[in-house]
Ligand binder design. Sequence first.
Ligand code: CUA
Length: 323
Amino acid sequence: MGQMGQGHPASTLAMHGVTGASQARLGWYLLVVSLVVVVVVCLLLGASAWRARRRRAAAEERELVHPGGSGLAWVMVGGIIVPAIVLTATFVFTVATLHANAAPWRPPAATIRVVGHQWWWEVHYVGGSPAAEVVTANEIHVPVGEPVRLVLSSDDVIHSFWVPEIAGKMDLIPGKTNETWIAARDTGAYEGECGEYCGVQHSHMHLRLIAEPPDRFAAWLAAQRRPAATGTAPSAGAQAFFSAGCASCHTIRGTRAGGRVGPDLTHLMSRRTIAGGTLENTRGNLAAWVTDAQGLKPGARMPTLAVQPDQFQQLLGYLETLR
Ligand code: CUA
């Protein structure tokens, strides 16, 4: 469902996550049991109507009304014994699923703090010293086959973290921290959405979960840990970034840009998308986003800044150095 169309389609019936798979199994079980119950009840209703009609016709012929004596057996078997078996099995399966999803089978390989914003995802990789903390946005890398702990909170309103192929939803609630865990069973890029209406751009609050082999994940994390690879002398592009006011909302680690309102841009070019996952990260889309964020995503917190025309290309050039 993600607009980029590069990752897997967001289907809750595909089972690429450990918890998602067990939830989907329970869902299939409930669907099949419900269908069987509906079909059996309909067949019995039809049969009893047909029998009643035949009996009435026979009674009219012989002036005799003599209902069968099997009513009590039907009530015992169909009304008590069979429902008790079906509901007990459903209860046991549900509790077993809840239990299996409560905690991962081994300690999580990473802890990722996700903060919901109108309308993007702030993503922190917690570990070691605060200086080693990685901050990124909208694209969450995880090692495949490993459980990962998610710590979820919100900066404004209620959002919901949802990567349908990997796991069920978990809300991000202001003033509260929710915890859950996920584990991707297969490598790939999985589309995610905000699953709770959160304002005018709710439907443009995409995320993408990128499950990759543990060594590639470790290399990605190490690269993200580095400060921005910008030269020591401030370039004309960096000056354009600061004079346009970008630094009051965005952080670029390793520079004096330390704004906390918008996404961390330290390794902007390592992301495939911008604008809450709505645009591919190309020079053209970056230019459009900087000059007309309100036209592309009305209501977004990204303002339209007065960038001097001669500084504009330098600013774009600078953003493209943030690899
Ligand atoms: Cu965030 Cu809907």
